[in-house]
Design a protein around this ligand. Sequence first.
Ligand code: NAD
Length: 469
Amino acid sequence: MIKMCVVGSGYVGLVAAACFAELGHDVTCVDNDSGRIGALERGDVPIHERFLPELLQRHRGKRLRFSSSLASSVQASEVVFIAVGTPPSESGETDLSYIEAVAREVGAVMATNASGYKVIVEKSTVPATTCEGIRRVMELNGASAASFEVASNPEFLREGTAVTDFLYPDRIVIGAEGPRCIALLQKIYEPLTSGAYYGLKEAIGEGAPAAPARLIVTSAKSAELIKHASNAFLAMKISFINAVAAICEGVGADIDQVRQGIGADSRIGSRFLNPGVGYGGSCFPKDIQAFRAVAQSAGYDFRLLEEVVRINDEQRRRFMAKLRSALWSLRGKRLGVLGLAFKGGTDDIRESQAVAIIQLLLKEGCSIAAYDPAAMEKSRSSGVFENQDVSFSSDAYAAARSADALLILTDWEEFAALDLARLRAELKYPILVDGRNLFRPESVTASGLIYVSMGRSEVPQKAAAIPGK
Ligand code: NAD
């Protein structure tokens, strides 16, 4: 059992804190947002994430506590994980001010309290060499160089499957130099790397994985770079398949057949080869910009990443063009929209393509009835559609009611299980424009809907523009 604190109680910090408690450690989750800490202490679950309510229920008040005092939490901990936000700055470089603020405070605590050796671990996604910056700031604030080490332990969880991603990782990357620091981090993850966790009868998830988690030890700079390079590569895969989907539409090929054929090559793999309206979220867009900036300052002009972003931005324009050809003019149209979150399984709307497309539609004079299984509250409270012609529906069928067309913008699993005949009956015009390719074209057209999707021919071919109301 390691005594630790996790600084930041957002998507990463809260999930990491709950999972570390699940692995048997003694964890304090710290945030400077005292309202959030109060809510967590009262038993609220501030984010929509499968298995998180169970974990919080299991460990809250026992191995997992919440605090807004960084000083006392650091003092009582041997390991301090930093999981605060690292937003982009105007130039695209990472704004490291939240990380710096934490490093300053931790350094000051360590200067005045002789509470023993500590490891400071950056879990936030940061540019290569941030580890050195943390070390320097801590020393400038009085921490003695011998009393701590700084390590990188990037987080690869995905929102929507964050808990199982954390507990069943493909790999755990530890970027550290000193043997004591490496041993401590290895011990933290030991229940996963030995496979012991998967043998527990109360283990979260669906049974033991084929092999326990692989732990990779690297230098801190390599670990920092692994995270940026991984996200950039995944985004590149998405943009690549979106470009191929555009070509499929041009030549009359079927993206489903093409991606199956590409993905069957084990060197390529089939994951992340789903065409759609583009990637979004709080990570890919900012991490790609940040990685470009890292490359630039290292003397390399990473133009490939510029193209990845360009293709992704282009997807919104392509989707709008599809809508225009299906609906003719957009002004005055009432559209049902399924999906607000940047991806299925989460309530996160940060950099959501769904939100961006709705905003384009509003500019064109459409009115929107939106439904999302988890992200409606965040959409309301964040004010993204304040004073705009957007209403929130109680379910997908209500969003379709009397609409000129129904749009799918987020890949929620439950949308793929909708009753198409019922949707058809609710719609004013039988048009389904699917920006996530959730259905097989034949099944949609069999229920009497005109189906427009990504990288596939429209079915039936005669699907004509429907004039305005
Ligand atoms: P978030 O915005 O959801 O949460 C960050 C939290 O840190 C907030 O609750 C904020 O109040 C708190 N915070 C900020 N400054 C603080 C301080 N000085 N002291 C205490 N708390 C402070 O962010 P997130 O989505 O959890 O991301 C955190 C980091 O993890 C980022 O670097 C992100 O790139 C990375 N990451 C995110 C994901 C993801 O899917 N969200 C996945 C992998 C890595």
